[in-house]
Design a protein around this ligand. Structure first.
Ligand code: PHE
Length: 378
């Protein structure tokens, strides 16, 4: 750029020795700037790419002229003004200020045009309207099984039980032996399950939450009042009422003075809280190696109140869960004194309770996570 060449020299080197020559030199510079400015790509309406292009050429022009280090005006200050002879200093200063004001005002004006054009052409979707409501992200809900657990916790916490959890991978000792189910006992049949290959000592996926009875009594002296939520696994063929995994909640109460009446009273209280105040219960004899006597707890059908309907298969009763008084043989495995202590235990299928209460007919619905199903239980 010729201007650059001139502005790298002093006035003396250029042979400029009168105010008139100074003025005409500045006049030329101003014309040069105006030419650069009008040659700059014209501001057009366009998208943000267009804006970037415009801005870049505007910025180049700015740097050429008023860039701090190499801009033409800086050069003039250094090469013309500073070393100017005293009789020219004044006019150089004046001219320089005028040129500077002109350049700055022009650039500022140009900058506004570029911004305005960009603003106008920005598609509506890129503009932020702060008066619009924000995007609402749907928040998930608690799963039906989770909700049922929370209902169960509420009931049992309110009568003095606490909640503990245990491992899903168990040893045969905790899952069977210590619960008075020796090897080859037929009670293992319906619980034969997933063993874990590769470990030196055998492990399996727990078939029930009952192992936590043992683990808890091993760890703490009586009294014990716990409920144990968790997943359990059985080798079943999946159908409408079976999966290979389901949820249980175990209960265990052991103390010096717990009677069968406490057992029945607790069961009644639970049934009324869970299914409604009119609910009655009955106990049917059953068998579990770790309870004696054992019972299946039934409740009057919450749908028909006991008169018979589709849900209770016309019997008026629905089967709730298995339970019983703790078999004294179990105390032998945990160093509890069977002479002094007594207690009861129960094991409920939580999925089953949820299905009963909310009228769900197919187990798979609980685990497919179809939102059309989940939304029905907000
Ligand atoms: N563990 C038993 C089962 O899974 C249920 C149960 C628990 C029965 C505690 C009695 C006492 O079938």
């Amino acid at each position: 750029m010729p201007t650059n060449d001139r502005t790298t020299k002093t006035l003396a080197q250029l042979g400029v020795d009168s105010p008139e020559k100074v003025v005409s030199d500045f006049k030329r510079l101003r014309e040069e700037f105006d030419t650069h400015n009008s040659n700059m790509s014209r501001v057009r309406v366009g998208g943000s790419n267009q804006w970037v292009t415009e801005f870049n050429s505007w910025d180049a022009l700015r740097l050429d002229w008023i860039g701090r280090k190499w801009g033409i005006l800086s050069q003039i200050t250094d090469n013309w003004l500073k070393p100017a002879p005293p009789e020219l200093k004044r006019v150089v200063g004046q001219e320089l200020n005028q040129l500077k004001a002109h350049v700055e005002a022009t650039l500022e004006e140009r900058r506004k045009q570029i911004d305005a054009a960009a603003e106008q052409s920005t598609p509506a979707r890129e503009k932020i309207d702060l008066s619009l409501p924000g995007i609402q992200r749907p928040i998930g809900t608690r799963h039906l099984v989770r909700q049922t657990y929370e209902e169960l916790f509420r009931i049992f916490l309110s009568i003095g039980f606490s909640v503990v959890e245990g491992p899903e991978i168990e040893t045969p000792y905790y899952n069977f032996e210590a619960l008075n189910i020796p090897e080859h006992h037929p009670a293992r049949d319906n619980m034969d399950t997933f063993y874990i290959a590769g470990s030196r000592s055998p492990h399996l996926l727990r078939t029930h939450t009952s192992p936590m009875q043992i683990r808890t009594m091993e760890k703490q002296p009586p009294p014990v009042r716990i409920v144990v939520p968790g997943k359990v696994y059985r080798r079943d063929n999946p159908d409408a009422t079976h999966g290979y995994m389901f949820h249980q909640i175990e209960g265990l109460a052991v103390d010096t003075d717990i009677t069968f009446c406490d057992f029945k009273g607790t069961v009644d209280h639970f049934a009324r809280e869970f299914l409604g105040p009119k609910t009655k219960t009955r106990l049917r004899p059953s068998y579990f190696p770790f309870t004696e006597p054992s019972a299946e707890v039934d409740a009057t059908c919450h749908m028909c109140g006991g008169s018979g309907c589709r849900v209770c298969k016309q019997s008026g009763w629905i089967e709730l869960f298995g339970a019983g008084m703790v078999n004294p043989a179990v105390y032998g495995f945990v160093n509890y004194d069977p002479q002094r202590l007594s207690g009861f235990a129960f094991g409920m299928g939580v999925d089953r309770l949820a299905m009963l209460k909310y009228g769900v007919t197919e187990v798979p619905l609980l685990f497919q996570n179809d939102v059309r199903f989940l939304r029905q239980f907000p």
